[in-house]
Ligand binder design. Structure first.
Ligand SMILES: [Zn+2]
Length: 299
């Protein structure tokens, strides 16, 4: 039995403000080294084992773990994904599990780089974060969830169900998210979920168009991306629906996806959005070049 029973989110959260724009900070909250097959590779059994880090050899690529701090003018501070937990600095297995620590080879979290520490550097105490949106529950996205006990956690219902039915081989470490916090789940097949821009299924979190959750399943059962209306442009937090810029450009598929057809369909939706809204900024979930940039980048 999960420690918490999530409540379905059937209407937007309070705090909406017509025409609101949000402030967006992209944080690099850790670096891991994953087998190249995690980013692109054939769907063979060997590629899958390599991708999981369970087969020796092969090349590893350093990728960032991202989180996004978002300030809404009325609803306050939100976080999209959580980055790596500070415990990873001392004992990666305690947070990521044995398999997870292996799969993420040498996870690194620099001093001051956790989401909570980066927020403090902006003058924001972690308990001021009112909502944490989770793109999905994979270990590298929900690692630091425990740092935000005061927040309301929002995710796709399908992801919650899938994560509790799966385990480390599917990328889930239950101890990271089986927390007695406040959880709200979204059913993208029901009202008030609707189409928005080029996307088939979305949920307008505050009902004002500033933070729109976009259903992009495939990488995991209930993956979502987040479309933010920032002052200068729209920012689309892709999550693992598109891991890198190369994913967005090419036909290369990661070796491990939950559902290849849904993954491709979601990716097509992201590409269509990029074409129709050329001013928008798409942010892939693990773009390696972000490691060369600043830890905190206002978008
Ligand atoms: Zn993932």
């Amino acid at each position: 039995m999960p420690s918490a029973t999530p409540e379905p989110l059937t209407q937007p959260l309070a705090g909406g403000l017509p025409g609101a724009c949000v402030e967006v900070h992209r944080f690099v909250c850790g670096r891991v080294r994953v087998p190249r097959e995690r980013l692109a590779g054939s769907p063979s059994r060997l590629a899958r084992l390599r991708g999981l880090g369970l087969w020796p050899g092969g090349e590893r690529v350093a990728i960032p773990i991202l989180a996004f701090a978002v300030r809404h003018p009325r609803a306050g501070w939100l976080l999209v994904d959580t980055g790596l937990h500070p415990a990873v600095r001392v004992d990666p297995r305690s947070n990521l599990g044995r398999l997870g620590a292996l799969a993420l080879g040498d996870p690194e979290l620099a001093p001051g780089a956790s989401a909570a520490e980066r927020l403090r550097a902006l003058g924001v105490e972690p308990q001021m974060v009112s909502v944490v949106i989770l793109t999905h529950l994979h270990l590298d996205h929900v690692s630091a969830a425990g740092e935000f006990a005061h927040a309301l956690f929002v995710l796709d219902r399908a992801e919650w169900d899938a994560a509790f039915a799966a385990g480390p081989l599917e990328g889930y470490v239950r101890a990271q998210f089986d927390l007695a916090f406040s959880w709200r789940t979204i059913d993208f097949t029901r009202e008030p979920a609707r189409s928005h821009a080029t996307f088939g299924r979305t949920f307008d979190l505050f009902g004002d168009g500033s933070v729109v959750l976009v259903s992009t399943p495939g990488h995991s059962a209930g993956h979502l991306s987040v479309l933010l209306r920032a002052r200068k442009r729209q920012v689309l937090v892709c999550g693992d629906a598109a891991g890198t810029y190369e994913t967005l450009r090419s036909q290369a598929m990661p070796a491990i996806v939950h559902d290849r057809h849904l993954y491709e369909r979601s990716l097509q939706e992201l590409r269509l959005f990029a074409r129709e809204y050329p001013q928008a900024l798409l942010v892939p979930g693990h773009e390696p070049s972000f490691l060369a940039g600043p830890g905190d980048l206002a978008l």
